[in-house]
Design a protein around this ligand. Sequence first.
Ligand code: CU
Length: 554
Amino acid sequence: MFLFFTLLVLHSALGAIATTHRYDWELSWVTAAPDGFSRPVIGVNGEFPSPTITVMKGDRLIIKVHNELGNQSTAVHWHGIHQRGSPEMDGAAGVTQCPIPTGASFTYDFTLEQGGTFWYHSHYGGQYPDGLRGALIVKDPDAPWAGRVDEEITMTLSDWYHPRMPPLLNEYLSPERYQANDGHEHFPSSALINDRQGDRIQVRPNKTYLFRIINIANFLSFTILFDQHPFTVVEIDGIYMEDFHARERLSRLAVGQRISVLVRTKPVASYNFEILSFSDVSLVSPTEGLSWNSTAYLTYDGSRPTPTGLSIADLRYYDELELVPLSREAPFKPNKQIVLQTSMEGINSVIRGTVDGKTYLPPKVPSLYTALSFDSDVTRNPRIYGHTNPIVIRLGDVVQMVINNNHDHPHPWHLHGHTFQVLERPLDSNTGPFSGTLGPISATPIQRDTVVILPESYVVIRFKADNPGVWLLHCHIEWHIEGGMTATIVEAPDELPDIAQLHPSHINACKQYPMDYIGNAAGKVDNPLNLTGVHECVVQGSDGSVSYRCSLTY
Ligand SMILES: [Cu+2]
């Protein structure tokens, strides 16, 4: 089943013709072997990899998702899209919607107001590494590369696992694993570029290409190298940058991050060249010494052999904070500071991610729906959101947020609904937490939506609370989000009822799941401060069994 309609409507705000793109997506299990090993993966309309969505800035996207997986619920998040005015379309299960149970449908409907490189992925139950993730490209005639580029190429980087996620997650979040190795993440089976190995990317000589590079992995960060083709960075995470010539220095992307680069091809088509994506172990686990690589080819001439043997002797990176956003926006002036202590630690003999010592536990009512259930004197009270690590901010707040990483591993933190300025992020591990005083900062700090915090170090970010919604703030490593390394930003609860809507297909998903769509985190309506029955980390089943997989128990 595949339906596609395109409607032309007049988009008065932009004064230009905007297009409405309608897709019907049927999700089901299909078989694929992206690295040669055949396994079940989630397909969209029977196909793997998931489709790349390409739209124009100002266009409207209406995607009706039909869950035909048979054994799993789902939800689809649009990573980097701010969902301004449509916070109920953010796609985070348990936050902005109920999970879509198998057999049910759910309609996402929103307008793309940002240009740039984005992606979409399942935001339910550690599911996207099983295949439900793809590129979302929003073209923009006003992009800084307009008129300078002959062709665009989208390139996804990923790790890949042979087993499916649910049994791996069960094991990861088990007391046995915590006892055996302190709850170590499972390592991937391989690495992929464009969901395959050895992808031959056809290029023509003497042209300028825009490569949109997206890390859609579960766990790994990647360093990317174009052999003998220097590149110019022009975009990071949907934010246009002034041309940045990386020269001999390398670029790395953690899970969730994107860069767009200009690559000029050689004047003549005499050879083909390697594109190497290799796992950046320093961003995963500095002590393991393990590595996963994937190669693609800049293919000038398909009749010529593909080269081999590219390696990198000198791991020199540029600092992302050297870049300058095209907007040249000055540092925001904060009126509010939030300091978070984040880590991973054993709770009830299971490895859990923590924010201020507390692990995220999903509520019985999606947090956005809780924010719509009561008057604002109640919805301003973080208590009603239960164990979601809620942080309530008011419309117009300018927030300086300090995230201290007290764990001995790096973590890529992602904020929904916003890009944020990165004021300070030490390049060294083990700096200890933020001292409280900023060092020299850029007069035009970069903005992005996912930032790596090095082991035992910190980041200082700023953002404006100008987008009412309920937005997750979490480590993007899928193991860690399932382990509860998550906080919930409840932004502008006073204004939310005028902005967020409960659509019929959204209520339907709740009814079919079933999950309450009115009430506090414990599903209580009469007394919102009564949290009796809210999900706790140890869940006692009716048969007397004890479950530690509370993060999967919506
Ligand atoms: Cu993490």
